[in-house]
Design a binder for this molecule. Structure first.
Ligand code: FAD
Length: 313
């Protein structure tokens, strides 16, 4: 079986869940080899081994941290053989890396896949497009570059190896064009990462612009906070918390939609949640079609009452 390079996402010494999903998918098409940019490989390798990584390649070249994406493209182009597929999580940076890498290799590129399998003449993929209305099955060739949407597959543990190899990569001078002069870390919310959370409480236009009640309920449940685009576009909540077609895809155990009507573009980002609770004062709101539990009522009454109940439990 051919190697499949899996680009690792991690923070604070912990591998992010979407990487475990990539390893799960990579095992279907070859031998997963994890690639860690930076100097955390030794700490991350045991976690990666639990999901079937056959080894971890450490790419510690300082140019990776110093310059924008092109050094990572150089590194991956050097590490990937002609028959090596490359899997990355669907983040804006990774999509840029994937596009550049596919052009560099003259090979196939699939972005925002929701499934990856062996098939066709190599690797087949599935994408969900037009807000989930169409599914595209593609034959991506033998060695494609694929970005995969978070929460597309349940991570499955498998025995691997925590061996770490220092990868010798050559970063070209041409790659050292755009230097990072400063970067700003997102302020920590103290809540779980939206795409990884087991519970998500989202607010929409029905909040009227005040997310305090949404946040209080989320905190009582240990949940992440999400928002509809109407709320985000109104400047009520930061854009990186938007759930939906042009936001993040979530698939938690429990999704609570408060004051959200259920437009198709919002559903595209949350409809695979395992259980959905809806709070809306309009009993005709389309989001009730998805609800496992629907509460017709004013969220300004329901959320504080539910928060008290959870705290008292
Ligand atoms: P509304 O549709 O205005 O619904 C508000 C709801 O709140 C209503 O159902 C109302 O009954 C209820 N309500 C009001 N007051 C209360 C109260 N006090 N208590 C309880 N309920 C109350 N949208 C997304 O969310 N994510 C996306 O990624 C996204 N991408 C898009 C991409 C494109 C190309 C386009 C065209 C649109 C996209 N949209 C997206 C926008 C989408 O079409 C909707 O406009 C948006 O989801 C509506 O947000 P909302 O449900 O909060 O607001």
């Amino acid at each position: 079986m051919s190697d499949v390079l899996v680009v690792v996402e991690a923070a604070d010494g912990k591998v992010a869940k979407p990487t475990f999903e990539l390893l799960t998918l990579a095992r279907r098409i070859g031998e997963p080899v994890a690639v860690v940019f930076g100097d955390d490989a030794a700490a991350l390798a045991p976690q990666l081994a639990e999901y079937g990584a056959t080894k971890t390649l450490a790419v510690g070249d300082p140019a990776i941290a110093e310059y924008l994406v092109v050094p990572k493209v150089d590194a991956l182009a050097g590490l990937a053989g002609d028959d090596t597929a490359v899997l990355l999580s669907s983040t804006p940076e990774n999509k840029e890396i994937a596009g550049r890498l596919a052009v560099r290799r003259g090979g196939g590129l699939i972005t925002d896949a929701v499934d990856v399998n062996a098939g066709g003449d190599g690797v087949s993929t599935k994408q969900s497009v037009f807000a989930g209305n169409w599914t595209v099955n593609a034959d991506a060739g033998a060695a494609p570059v694929i970005t995969v949407k978070a929460n597309s597959v349940a991570p499955e543990a498998a025995a691997g190896s925590d061996a770490v190899e220092d990868a010798a990569v050559t970063i070209s001078d041409a790659a050292k064009g755009a230097r990072i002069v400063s970067s700003e870390e997102k302020p920590a919310t103290g809540r779980p990462e939206l795409t990884e959370a087991a519970i998500v409480v989202s607010g929409g236009r029905g909040t009227g612009g005040n997310f305090d009640e949404v946040e209080a309920f989320a905190d009582a449940l240990g949940a992440a906070v999400g928002a509809s685009r109407a709320a985000v576009d109104s400047g009520w909540y930061p854009h990186n918390f938007q759930v939906g077609q042009t936001g993040k895809t979530v698939s938690p155990q429990l999704y609570v939609a408060a004051g959200i009507s259920g437009a198709i573009q919002h559903r595209a980002g949350m409809q695979t949640s395992k259980a959905i609770v809806v709070i809306n004062k309009d009993e005709e709101a389309p989001i009730f079609e998805l609800a496992d539990l629907g509460i017709v009522g004013d969220l300004h009454t329901v959320l504080p009452a539910a928060t008290e109940q959870v705290k008292a439990a």
